[in-house]
Design a protein around this ligand. Structure first.
Ligand SMILES: *[C@@H]1O[C@H](CO)[C@@H](O)[C@H](O)[C@H]1NC(C)=O
Ligand SMILES: *[C@@H]1O[C@H](CO)[C@@H](O)[C@H](O)[C@H]1NC(C)=O
Ligand SMILES: *[C@@H]1O[C@H](CO)[C@@H](O)[C@H](O)[C@H]1NC(C)=O
Ligand SMILES: *[C@@H]1O[C@H](CO)[C@@H](O)[C@H](O)[C@H]1NC(C)=O
Length: 312
């Protein structure tokens, strides 16, 4: 009994003796020392200075059948994962999120993003996904992509026919689907007739803003303007023979060669000087005076000479 047992133990020992000096390698076909399961590289038995390195956590590699295997032979146990850039761990692959399940044979720890969204590899939470659509963002519940603020429409990948920018200086909330959702945030502005831009309302002048403070200023007292006026100079005095002066704020005054007080109704408040008389702009009383002789006599002479030249 004792002898047979010893022989048996000896035979088992001989059979299991590893012919490789590299402890992480096992002799395979032709006696070549290949790296063990879970190891990659080249054994010292094949290449002096070589070594079999352990695959990263969460990966597995069956017994090598070639020498000189690389880390890419180490496959993540979780099918929805890939090795990270440092080859130190498995992470969810692109368009998946979560935490890798490193154990073999268990359910994946990475969940696919909804079909509308994409994400880089290594994403851990649903909020990491983004919309692959032009000018679109994820909605608050991460359930769909929607046009971002100040755009309207339905997202498309190319952007064509997708989310279109609101009119110039108009804004909209995210998830606006139609143009009517775009409005002028400037309280003194409204969309122009062509529905292409916000403009200051009638009796205002300036450039609309989108930041809360109005960019449209009321025209000076007694003047009016049509919608879309950008300059104070375009705020008109209703009395057609009057214009704004240079005071601050400017007021309407009678034009040169008129005198009186402009009306705000458009009725005649400025009286023209008598024929041949002049008055400076802003005259409120009849200060009209005969024009200087030079213009009285020289102009007709110049006209006469000009007429003669034309006749020739
Ligand atoms: C064998 O693998 C172990 C575990 O990874 C490691 O610590 C050891 O250094 C390896 N031995 C050689 C000779 O490469
Ligand atoms: C209004 O639109 C014009 C032209 O696109 C732009 O230059 C300007 O910055 C806009 N203003 C605001 C406040 O958005
Ligand atoms: C300004 O008011 C006058 C008088 O009511 C009117 O005739 C004129 O058309 C108005 N101008 C503008 C630009 O609205
Ligand atoms: C402006 O002056 C002209 C010339 O005197 C006159 O014909 C016209 O009626 C005046 N218009 C107003 C609104 O006063």
């Amino acid at each position: 009994m004792k002898v047979t047992s010893l022989i048996f133990i000896s035979l088992v020992s001989i059979a299991t003796v590893n012919a490789c000096t590299d402890v992480n390698a096992t002799a395979g076909a032709g006696g070549v020392c290949f790296c063990n399961p879970g190891y990659y590289g080249t054994s010292t038995d094949v290449t002096a200075g070589g070594s079999c390195q352990e695959c990263p956590l969460g990966t597995n590699f069956v017994q090598a059948t070639v020498s000189g295997t690389t880390i890419s032979s180490c496959i993540c146990n979780d099918k929805n994962t890939v090795l990270n850039s440092g080859n130190t761990a498995c992470q969810c692959k692109a368009n998946f999120y979560g935490t890798a399940n490193n154990a073999a044979g268990v359910a994946s720890g990475c969940t696919a993003y909804p079909t509308y969204a994409t994400s880089p590899a290594g994403s851990t939470v649903l909020a990491s996904c983004t919309c692959p659509y032009t000018n679109a963002v994820l909605n608050a519940g991460n359930t769909a992509c929607q046009c971002k603020a100040n755009f309207y429409g339905t997202p498309t990948t190319s952007g064509v026919g997708g989310c279109t920018a609101c009119q110039t200086n108009a804004t909209s909330a995210a998830d606006s689907t139609t143009l009517v959702s775009c409005t002028c945030p400037d309280i003194n502005a409204a969309l122009n007739a062509g529905n292409t831009a916000c403009q200051c309302k009638a009796n205002f002048y300036g450039t609309p803003t989108t930041n809360g403070a109005s960019g449209c200023t009321t025209c000076p007292t007694g003047t009016n303007s049509s919608a879309g006026t950008t300059s104070i100079a375009s705020c008109a005095c209703p009395d057609t023979n009057a214009s704004l002066n240079t005071a601050t704020p400017p007021v309407c005054q009678c034009n040169a060669n008129f005198y009186g007080t402009p009306t705000t109704s458009g009725a005649n408040g400025c009286t023209a000087c008598a024929q041949g008389q002049t008055a400076p702009a802003g005259s409120t009383t009849n200060v009209c005076k005969a024009a200087s002789t030079s213009s009285t006599y020289i102009l007709p002479i110049v006209s006469l000479v000009f007429s003669l030249v034309m006749l020739i």
